[in-house]
Design a protein around this ligand. Structure first.
Ligand SMILES: Cc1cc2nc3c(=O)[nH]c(=O)nc-3n(C[C@H](O)[C@H](O)[C@H](O)COP(=O)(O)O)c2cc1C
Length: 123
């Protein structure tokens, strides 16, 4: 943040930040791990810190999966909402809460797949 939006860590995140800045649409997709978002998503959010005062305007979509019910997913929303609230202008245009999908592949048998397809088509 103190280096004109250039991260002090010199790695691939520089390219990710450039893509992020150009994007009109942001799809935040994460499983729930121990009542929160996954570590990779949290790391992505944290690493936008160099530009957090200029995150831009985005249309936002959430896709969140969990082994248990929708209440668990809602409990995990704090980190995503906290990040999205820092966008200069934002609208959450769609949410898919894929609850009760514990095992690998289980989600393919649910209506969440079609919901994701339709959400993508509407972007
Ligand atoms: C480390 C770990 C922690 C998890 N913690 C939760 C949890 O707190 N609540 C929940 O409902 N499901 C939990 N689950 C289940 C996952 O949310 C669920 O299986 C999800 O569909 C996994 O998505 P993935 O295949 O993209 O990892 C956990 C799974 C793992 C591997």
């Amino acid at each position: 943040m103190k280096h004109n939006g250039v991260c002090a860590l010199n790695d691939d995140m520089a390219d990710v930040l450039e893509s992020f800045k150009r994007a009109d649409v942001l799809v935040l997709a994460t499983p729930v791990y121990f009542y929160g978002i996954c570590a990779q998503m949290k790391t992505f959010i944290d690493r936008t810190y160099p530009i957090w005062q200029h995150l831009g305007e985005k249309e936002v979509y959430y896709i969140i999966s969990a082994g248990l019910g929708e209440d668990i997913i809602k409990r995990s929303l704090g980190d995503l909402n906290g990040f999205v609230e820092h966008l200069e202008k934002q609208e959450i245009k769609g949410r898919i809460y894929a609850s009760n999908v514990m095992d690998a592949g289980e989600v393919t048998e649910t209506s969440f797949m079609n919901a994701a397809y339709e959400m993508g088509r509407a972007v």
